[in-house]
Design a protein around this ligand. Structure first.
Ligand code: G3P
Length: 229
């Protein structure tokens, strides 16, 4: 399962990319606005930090304008994935960009029917928003499970399921269990995945017992090295 980071905050992206566990980045107009920075600059910097797919969303709503914006964004770096909304113009743009071998992430997906349309438009990624479905009393993971099942029945559907609007570790684990290809995580959620009190407790106990031995791995290695010389 690939992990993308869902933010336009370069400091967060740099910090998390250093873990070696970040396979891409997703942004959207709200995340760009939150960064307070020029969009083209931010996307270019992200593409320099993370070699995997970096989603940059068009802000136009009509096909011709979407294409014009997509050309600008795609020219920033080869790892830019153009994000388009799941609308008729968005999918028309998706198909046109895919015919030019440009990565496309179709976003704001809330139904299996929409996901099938995105797959037929040859989307590289489809982004169902699980958190926003939970917010209205549905189970967002039901949609992920359905989309993964539908796509598994059709070899022609090569679109990767990219779970978005993730609110916590449970969404990540359940998406992995459902067979989703990618999860895009807010930075805080990615950091939460490491955390368990029993890990902290167990490590403290190991280190306490080790300290009591007075031993040092590196000192022993140096002693052996010196003895061999
Ligand atoms: O990538 C989409 C994500 O940023 C939306 O998340 O929490 O606003 O539903 P949220």
């Amino acid at each position: 399962m690939k992990f993308f980071v869902d933010t336009a905050d370069l400091a967060e992206i740099r910090d998390l990319a250093d873990s070696g566990l970040v396979d891409g980045v997703t942004t959207n107009p709200s995340l760009i606005a939150k960064s307070g920075r020029n969009m083209l600059d931010v996307i270019a910097e992200i593409c320099d930090v993370v070699p995997g797919p970096v989603s940059a969303e068009v802000t136009a709503t009509e096909h011709a304008d979407m294409m014009a914006e997509a050309e600008v964004l795609a020219a920033i770096a080869p790892n830019v994935a153009i994000k388009v909304p799941l609308t008729p113009d968005g999918l028309k743009t998706c198909k046109a960009l895919r015919d030019r071998d440009i990565m496309v992430n179709v976003t704001l997906c809330f139904s299996s029917a929409q996901a099938v349309l995105a797959a037929k438009a040859d989307a590289s990624f489809i982004s169902p928003f699980v958190g926003r479905l939970d917010d209205i009393g549905l189970r967002g993971l039901d949609l992920i499970e359905d989309i993964v099942e539908i796509f598994s029945q059709h070899d022609a559907f090569e679109t990767e399921v990219l779970v978005a609007s993730i609110r916590g570790p449970a969404h990540v684990v359940e998406s992995a269990m459902a067979g989703a290809h990618v999860a895009t995580l807010p930075p805080g959620v990615l950091r939460q995945l490491y955390q368990h009190p029993l890990t902290d407790k167990g490590l403290a106990a190991f280190l306490k017992d080790w300290k009591a031995t007075g031993q040092s791995i590196l000192e022993q290695a140096n002693e052996r090295k010196n003895a061999a010389e």
